[in-house]
Design a protein around this ligand. Structure first.
Ligand code: CP
Ligand code: NVA
Length: 311
């Protein structure tokens, strides 16, 4: 059977995504050490060309909890710093490892790594952060279930407020038609996803755009935001701060959302910029569960990609 990768949201069918999320629920409910030998003898490489806290630790710990050996490699300290081509790195890593999680800049680099003969997972690129959004969908469904509603994310209203040209917003855009929820993208002019990606999602009827943060939040079940300047955009930070003035997710914005609405942020957050401290730390915030769930969802994802079933 051909190997599977997870580079973008649509690399899974809806049925497969549900299967992975169900598996993640099971793993989360179990004692930590329950699957400590499931992937015994295997190794998974985590290759980071950008900084990371959550992704690195959740993959590294998750791989170890499944009994496999995590190999974490960053640019500095590996031959990537000397410019060894990704395609060479990919071929070599595949000789040692059973899967590769890769955090990089361009989709071209990601696709080069995906030439490896083992499953490759996008651990964030300039164009998407699918493991985060898959995990965020898990967090939303978990929050709904905790409130007694097991109907899932389909049909819900999810708002993304802030930099909608970011990798996060673009993965949400991809997820909306797949999972059947309505996505509202709210951003100042010039900070929407590329036009072709918007049109593709718009044609499905699952996305609306607005240039008003309060209008974006109106009636939302979920309010999402992310930093105004992503990794690699540090040089634009000042210009972006000016462009996003008035775009902070705060009580005024949240007041427009549904009374039961939850707030998500993939973290790290810049308090006082895209979100204020009160909202991030407030009762609607699910950001700490959101961070934890990366572990459970990525463990499920790795098992699925490696074709390993739970007994
Ligand atoms: N949310 C997320 O991916 O965080 P890190 O950059 O710390 O991995
Ligand atoms: N959009 C952010 C996400 C960080 C997890 C970035 O790319 O820096």
């Amino acid at each position: 059977m051909a190997k599977r990768d997870y580079l973008k949201m649509t690399d899974m069918t809806l049925a497969e995504a549900h299967r992975v999320l169900r598996l993640a629920t099971r793993l989360k409910e179990e004692p930590k050490g329950r699957r400590a030998t499931l992937l015994a003898g295997r190794s998974v490489a985590v290759v980071l060309e950008k900084a990371s806290t959550r992704t690195r630790v959740s993959f590294e710990v998750g791989i170890a909890q499944l009994g496999a050996h995590p190999v974490v490699l960053s640019t500095q300290g590996s031959q990537l710093a000397r410019g060894e081509p990704i395609r060479d790195t990919a071929r070599v890593l595949a000789r040692y490892c059973d899967a590769i999680a890769f955090r990089t800049s361009t989709t071209a680099r990601l696709l080069e790594m995906a030439q490896a003969s083992v499953p490759v997972i996008n651990a964030l690129s300039d164009d998407g952060h699918p493991v985060q959004v898959l995990s965020d969908i898990f967090t939303i469904e978990e929050a709904l279930a905790a409130a007694g509603d097991r109907s899932g994310i389909a049909g819900r209203r999810v708002a993304f407020i802030g930099d909608c040209s970011s990798n996060m917003a673009r993965s949400w855009l991809e997820a909306a038609p797949l999972f059947g929820f309505h996505l509202v993208l709210a951003a100042p002019k010039g900070y929407m996803p590329p036009a072709d990606e918007v049109e593709r999602a718009r044609a499905t009827g699952h996305v609306t755009l607005t240039s008003d943060p309060r209008e974006g939040a109106a009636g939302a079940d979920v309010v999402n935001t992310d930093v105004w300047a992503s990794m690699g955009q540090e040089g634009e930070a000042e210009r972006r701060r000016a462009a996003f003035a008035g775009w902070t997710v705060n009580a005024g914005v949240m007041q427009k959302a549904a009374p039961h609405a939850v707030v998500l942020h993939c973290l790290p957050a810049h308090r006082g910029e895209e979100i204020d401290d009160e909202t991030l730390e407030g009762p609607r915030s699910r950001v700490w569960d959101q961070a934890e769930n990366r572990l459970h969802v990525q463990k499920a994802l790795m098992l699925w990609l490696l074709g390993v079933e739970l007994a």
